[in-house]
Write a protein that binds this ligand. Structure first.
Ligand code: ADP
Ligand code: MG
Length: 270
């Protein structure tokens, strides 16, 4: 069974220990992702989404449970997994051109030097930045910078792309454009994406599945198959009655999750 899943999060727990205080952030988070799926993880701010993503990416060790990527338990950042973070202004190096930024991860991996220009050009074209490679990040709008960060993730040709609230720092119009860009790209390139957001609308609009995190510590409250037509459209999809129902279901789960938090902030003495 497990062989069909490209990624499995098994009973994952994570606590941060600072001084003598132990804060339980994740408790028994459990789900799988199949090849080619677009899976959204939604939860309120501070619920542990970035913590979950960092465990999946092998950047921090879990306190319990494990992450299995392509059949191997993750103990360090896997080579075939890329992460795109929220804050593009901190992820792109300002003194390098966009081209050079996109080239950065290619140095580490098995990309022959002669092939890199074509890989970079294709990645930039895929995000609508063809011909913009010679610009520096500071010569670009926020939306263009985030496109460049996405291009860098793509150039690396990962088997799974992890995205941590990638559009939280851009304006509303750019956000809509980037949502549609990522959806279109993921379909065209048959990518497997795990997309983390606190935005309920974004999660339902983007996902083939929505995993709702709730509680403190967080666990999977529900794993919802998004039974909307696969081709998404900002107006038509969001006008469908089913879209409204799914949105309401996620909203309710998150509201329920917030209630106990006031009594139990998830902090206990170690
Ligand atoms: P989200 O991404 O859902 O907003 P995070 O995973 O960033 O949530 O954070 C979850 C909780 O863990 C927050 O209360 C945050 O303050 C805490 N936290 C995050 N990183 C650390 C850390 N390195 N050490 C201690 N606490 C942390
Ligand atoms: Mg976060």
């Amino acid at each position: 069974m497990a062989e069909n899943h490209i990624l499995a999060v098994n009973e994952l727990g994570k606590a941060y220990v600072t001084n003598d205080t132990r804060a339980e952030i994740l408790d028994g988070v459990d789900f799988v992702v199949d090849t080619g799926e677009f899976v959204c993880v939604v939860g309120p701010s501070g619920s542990g989404k970035t913590t979950l993503l960092k465990c999946i990416a092998g950047l921090i060790p879990p306190s319990s449970g494990r992450v299995v990527f392509e059949g191997e338990t993750v103990t360090e950042p896997p080579a075939k997994l890329a992460v795109i973070f929220q804050d593009y202004s901190r992820s792109l190096l300002p003194w390098m051109t966009v081209e050079k930024n996109v080239e950065l991860p290619l140095h580490k991996a098995k990309f022959p030097k002669a092939e890199r220009p074509a890989i970079i050009a294709e990645a930039l074209a895929n995000v609508g930045l063809a011909g913009k490679g010679k610009l520096h990040p500071w010569e670009m709008s926020g939306g263009m910078q985030q496109r460049a960060a996405i291009a860098r993730g793509l150039a690396y040709q990962p088997d799974v792309l992890l995205m941590d609230e990638p559009f939280a720092a851009v304006d509303a119009q750019t956000r809509i454009e980037l949502e549609d860009l990522v959806l279109e790209m993921s379909r065209r390139l048959k990518m497997t994406v795990l997309f983390v957001t606190h935005d309920i609308d974004e999660a339902v609009y983007m996902g083939d599945r929505v995993i709702v995190l709730s509680g403190a510590p967080a666990k999977v409250a529900r794993d919802i198959a998004v039974d909307l037509p696969p081709e998404r459209h900002q107006l038509h999809t969001k006008n469908l009655p089913r879209y409204g129902e799914l949105r309401a279901e996620v909203f309710e789960l998150i509201q329920q999750a917030k209630r106990p938090v006031t009594q139990n902030v998830g902090v206990v003495r170690a």
